[in-house]
Ligand binder design. Structure first.
Ligand code: ADP
Ligand code: UDP
Length: 240
């Protein structure tokens, strides 16, 4: 599939048209941003890792009944995906307190919840992706009630499958962000990416952070952490 015009350049990826109007090519960059673009940097090799990890996890999720945008990995950094109209919601699932949950509700990080939580942010950079609830999403006509039900069902299913997979790799899935989109026939599929940029992943034995928090919080060893989490994935993904 030939790469056509660049349609969009985001913070972490570029998106290209193809000769098929239903397909796009996404190209993963090494650029890293945090705090709504205020902190910027480069994580050497991140694009390759996020591309391969996201594809491997989406392939696994497809096998388990979650439809995704994934079509074919084209090379180290580029993947052919189904074009969707993105539902402008960041869907966040949490198993353990961390990040904005700990900050907003005044609790320490690392509290294991009895049941996972779900929350939505309105995907709008100019507004700083504000937290909203389902009623707000409906009022803003971001999705229909049926779409929100489907998104919630898939999001919790993704959590169960990812939690199981990472546990088998000695990694605790703390929280993560998903994006969903509509295909041309209206069907909802999982889109965007699943990677250390969008998940909190802690070594189950030591608690070591193996995700973008190393960059956000200037913890050092960022590239090593991305390589380590990719090694863990590669050891286990064949059987998953
Ligand atoms: P951002 O826009 O937040 O800077 P990225 O750099 O990751 O994020 O850019 C990728 C963009 O492509 C995002 O806006 C994402 O919502 C969008 N996207 C992801 N998957 C698809 C898809 N299958 N079809 C259309 N757009 C997609
Ligand atoms: N997240 C993301 N993109 C965002 C916001 C959050 O991928 O724009 C992910 C983040 O990596 C973490 C989870 O969603 O795994 C929850 O993030 P949180 O709300 O704690 O926000 P943060 O601490 O990143 O500000």
């Amino acid at each position: 599939m030939k790469k056509g015009a660049q349609l969009y350049e985001g913070k972490a990826k570029k998106v290209y048209a193809t000769e098929d109007p239903e397909l796009l090519i996404v190209s993963y960059k090494d650029d890293a941003t945090a705090f709504n673009g205020l902190k910027r940097g480069t994580i050497e090799g991140k694009g390759v890792i996020n591309n391969k990890m996201s594809n491997a996890l989406m392939r696994m999720l497809e096998k388990r009944g979650v439809p995704t945008h994934f079509v074919e990995e084209l090379n180290d950094r580029e993947t052919l995906v189904k074009k969707v109209s993105i539902v402008p919601l960041e869907v966040i699932i949490r198993n353990i307190s961390a990040g904005s949950f700990a900050k907003n509700y005044g609790v320490e990080e690392g509290i294991v919840f009895d049941a996972p939580t779900i929350e939505f942010s309105y995907k709008n950079d100019a507004l700083g992706d504000p937290l909203i609830n389902e009623y707000h999403a409906l009022a803003l006509k971001l999705a229909t009630p049926k779409e929100i039900e489907t998104i919630k069902r898939y999001a919790f299913k993704v959590n169960e499958e990812l939690k199981k997979f990472w546990l088998s790799s000695g990694v605790t899935l703390v929280d993560f962000k998903l994006e969903f989109g509509r295909l041309s026939d209206g069907k909802i599929v999982l889109a965007d990416e699943i990677s250390p940029d969008t998940c909190r992943l802690w070594d189950s034995a030591t608690g070591k952070k193996l995700d973008k928090d190393r960059f956000r919080r200037d913890l050092g060893g960022v590239e090593d952490a991305y390589r380590e989490i990719m090694d863990r994935l590669e050891k286990n993904i064949e059987e998953a």
